[in-house]
Design a protein around this ligand. Structure first.
Ligand code: ZN
Length: 248
C-alpha cells in the first residue's frame, strides 16, 4: 500500500511525475510539462490517467493539461490561478486534501514563485511534490510573491518530517551547488556538492531530495545562519537577490 512514484525527465530540465495509489490503482500526474511525454510514460507502464494535479500555472507545469484531458478524460485539480492556462475541474485549496484513490495528499500553500503555488504532501508514504518552490539546494525565483511569502512557504515545507522525500520539478542542482558553495563553507555542503557532481557526471538525477538534506545544505533554508544580524526574511531576501545576480 501507499503511493508509487514514477519520475521521468522531459522538456529541457523538467521532471514529470506519475503517481499510483497502490490500494486502488488510481493514477495521477503531478503537473503536465509535456502532454506527449506523459502519455508515452503512461503507455509504457500500462497505466490509465484519472487525475491531473497542478502545482502552479506556469506553462511547463500546466501547459499540457488540455491535451492530456482530451486524450484521457482525466480531471484537472489545480490552484485557481491555473485557470489562465487551463480550466480546473476542481480547485486545490490549501488546508484541504486531494484524494488519489485512498491516498490523501495534503495541499500546502507555497505561494511566492507564483502567488497561488501549492505543494502536495502524502504523510503516509512520506513524499512531497513541491513544484518550483523548493529545489535541491535551491528555491524558486520570486516571480509574483514577496520574500516574506516565499520564506513562510519554505518554512511550511521545512517543517515536514526530515525523512520526507521531496520531488522538485527541475534538475537545477549543479548550478544551485555552485551558488551554495559561494555563500556557505559548511562541510556538509562540500560533501553534497561532490555527490551531486558524481551523479551528474553519470547523467543521473539528483531529484528526489529529502527535507533533512535540504535543512543541512540548502542556503535558502540556512539563510538565518548565513546572514546573522538580519531578520530571517531579510536574510532570505538577501540570499535570493545574490542568487538572482550570481554568475557561477
Ligand atoms: Zn514555475
Amino acid at each position: 500500500v501507499g503511493l508509487q512514484v514514477h519520475q521521468f525527465p522531459c522538456l529541457a530540465d523538467n521532471y514529470g511525475f506519475l503517481i499510483q495509489d497502490q490500494a486502488s490503482g488510481i493514477v495521477a500526474c503531478i503537473d503536465s510539462p509535456d502532454a506527449q511525454a506523459v502519455l508515452a510514460q503512461l503507455k509504457l507502464r500500462g497505466w490509465t490517467l484519472s487525475l491531473i494535479i497542478n502545482t502552479h500555472w506556469h506553462h511547463d507545469h500546466a501547459g499540457g493539461n488540455d491535451a492530456l484531458r482530451e486524450a484521457t478524460g482525466a480531471l484537472v485539480i489545480a490552484p485557481a490561478e491555473v485557470a489562465r492556462v487551463s480550466r480546473p475541474d476542481r480547485v486545490a485549496i490549501p488546508g484541504e486534501t486531494c484524494w488519489v484513490g485512498e491516498t490523501g495528499l495534503q495541499i500546502i500553500d507555497t505561494g511566492g514563485h507564483t502567488l497561488g503555488h501549492v505543494s502536495f504532501h502524502d504523510p503516509g508514504s512520506s513524499v512531497a511534490f513541491v513544484g518550483d518552490t523548493l529545489f535541491a539546494m535551491g528555491c524558486g525565483r520570486l516571480f509574483e510573491g514577496s520574500p516574506h511569502q516565499m520564506w513562510q512557504s519554505l518554512q511550511r515545507l521545512a517543517s515536514l518530517p526530515p525523512e520526507t522525500i521531496v520531488y522538485c520539478s527541475h534538475e537545477y542542482t549543479e548550478a544551485n551547488c555552485r551558488f551554495a558553495l559561494s555563500v556557505d563553507d559548511d562541510p556538509a555542503v562540500r560533501q553534497r556538492a561532490e555527490r551531486v557532481a558524481d551523479l551528474r557526471a553519470l547523467d543521473l538525477p539528483t531529484v528526489p531530495t529529502t527535507i533533512g538534506d535540504e535543512l543541512s545544505t540548502n542556503p535558502f533554508l540556512r539563510a538565518p545562519l548565513l546572514k546573522p544580524g538580519l531578520s530571517e526574511v531579510e536574510a532570505f531576501a538577501a540570499l535570493r537577490k545574490l542568487k538572482d545576480e550570481f554568475c557561477g
